[in-house]
Design a protein around this ligand. Structure first.
Ligand code: XLS
Ligand code: NI
Ligand code: NI
Length: 443
């Protein structure tokens, strides 16, 4: 078989001093950090859509990416070759997992039945190749946003036949995910939103979205699929407003419709920043609800205002993400999926490796730094001290719901309640720097 990436054999760990651009400086898959091998903490996945299917076109320019293994057609032979190239990429880059949309793997044909049949054949090849290479499916999903029928949404389309088609497509995508041993299934509501409220009934749209998710929960049980169902929030783009705006919005929606606990969250960095949140905010909202399922790891350019899906190469960002992940006890079925693409100018196949290598190293650094912050303990101590009074008798009575306004009024009416202790934000930031950056040579 002709290789798609003949310029590299296998990316290996060479340590922080290496000058080899095809080596890891921090990601040492089997090295143990905080009690577990790095690969088990990080659970890296590459995505099929950006890695194999993104030609790097933009709204103003043609695709630029060189993909010598791909003849640009929808033929079955071409789909099968792409599978081979993808698995070769995973093996050479040392990435254990992957994610896909149904339509990344095989094209949309005349009818759903025809599309399903071809997807089944290509997916069988993908399963055989992935199994042989020991690669696992982190999650699958259905593309419910590219075809013109989905222009006004899928589950929230005003057209009931479109809703029905979307459900049928999800049914099959879940089946394929199950067949491939997928650990999860994602709903990203690409166009589940609106561009104008003049032509949309928002309350009805939301009920329809809940109906689709409930049918997915039912189908999961019927299939015997044990993976996790995730919703991936995003506030806008391509729609003006998307119903899955952010983590808090989705959690409220799930609770309202009896889906909480059955569906959890997949949080993406660039979607967080589009919602004017830090990634850490989104992760903490999800974690507080016990719903931090998985992460789409990328980053954006906040002053650009678009889902630029850049590779998450920022050490500081990766550290803050891993701090939250470690605080929840780590991923179970989820992982770090690189929902990221190269810049349009980084068109060569080599750049696919550099994007992933830089991101894997950033997260390996982030993992070590987050573990060091936890071991150091000063930040956690400061937080504990700040809330210490809540552990006293009064605080505990309030938290248990045993206090009333009248009682609290009696308590403070004659007291001069002044300022709380200093928040010491700058000192905490300095401690963070000391542990993450100053100690970096030790790692
Ligand atoms: C797009 C989303 C998409 C989902 C999968 O912005 O991030 O790529 O992750 O449908
Ligand atoms: Ni995503
Ligand atoms: Ni995205």
């Amino acid at each position: 078989m002709q290789q798609a990436f003949p310029f590299v054999d296998r990316v290996r760990y060479e340590g922080p001093a290496t000058r080899n651009p095809f080596a890891f400086r921090h990601y040492d898959a089997d090295a143990v950090v905080a009690g577990r091998p790095m690969r088990d903490h990080l659970r890296f996945a590459a995505c099929y859509w950006h890695t194999m299917r993104n030609g790097l076109g933009d709204p103003f320019g043609m695709p630029t990416a060189a993909m010598p293994w791909d003849d640009g057609t929808d033929s079955e032979g071409n789909c099968l070759r792409r599978v081979d190239a993808f698995v070769e990429f995973l093996e050479k880059c040392g990435i254990d997992r992957f994610c896909f949309h149904d339509r990344d793997v095989a094209p949309e044909l005349g009818t759903l039945r025809e599309s399903n049949a071809m997807l089944d054949r290509v997916a069988a090849h993908l399963k055989a190749r992935a199994d042989a290479a020991g690669k696992r499916l982190l999650w699958g999903t259905a593309c419910l946003f590219a075809h013109p029928r989905y222009m006004a949404g899928a589950a929230t389309s005003p057209d009931v036949r479109v809703f029905a088609h979307a459900c049928a497509q999800v049914k099959h995508a879940m089946e394929v995910t199950h067949r491939l041993g997928g650990e999860g299934y994602v709903f990203w509501g690409g166009r589940e939103g609106y561009s104008s409220l003049l032509n949309r009934d928002m309350a009805r749209d939301l009920r329809h979205l809940a109906r689709m998710l409930q049918m997915a929960v039912d189908w999961k049980a019927e299939l015997g699929f044990k993976g996790t169902l995730y919703v991936e929030p995003k506030p806008r783009e391509p729609s003006v407003h998307q119903y899955d705006f952010d983590a808090a919005t989705v959690l409220g929606f799930l609770r309202e419709h009896g889906l909480f606990g059955k569906v959890t969250l997949n949080i993406e960095t660039n979607h967080a920043t589009l919602a004017a949140h830090d990634m850490e905010h989104e992760l903490r909202v999800a974690a507080a609800a016990g719903a931090l399922g998985s992460i789409d790891a990328n980053m954006g350019t906040p002053n650009c205002g678009w889902d630029t899906d850049q590779y998450p190469t920022d050490y500081s960002l990766a550290t803050r993400v891993m701090e939250v992940v470690l605080s929840t006890g780590g991923f179970t079925t989820g992982g770090l999926n690189f929902d990221a693409k190269r810049r349009r100018e980084s068109w060569s196949p080599e750049d696919l490796f550099h994007g992933h290598i830089a991101s894997m190293d950033a997260f390996a650094f982030g993992l070590k730094a987050a573990a060091a912050l936890r071991a150091d303990g000063r930040l956690a101590d400061a937080l504990r001290r700040r809330y210490a009074a809540w552990d006293g008798e009064l605080g505990q009575r309030i938290e248990r719901g045993e206090a009333s306004f009248a009682e609290l009024e009696r308590l403070v009416a004659d007291e001069r309640v002044g300022s709380p202790a200093s928040g010491m934000q700058e000192r905490l930031e300095d401690t963070w720097n000391a542990v993450v950056w100053d100690a970096r040579t030790a790692r």
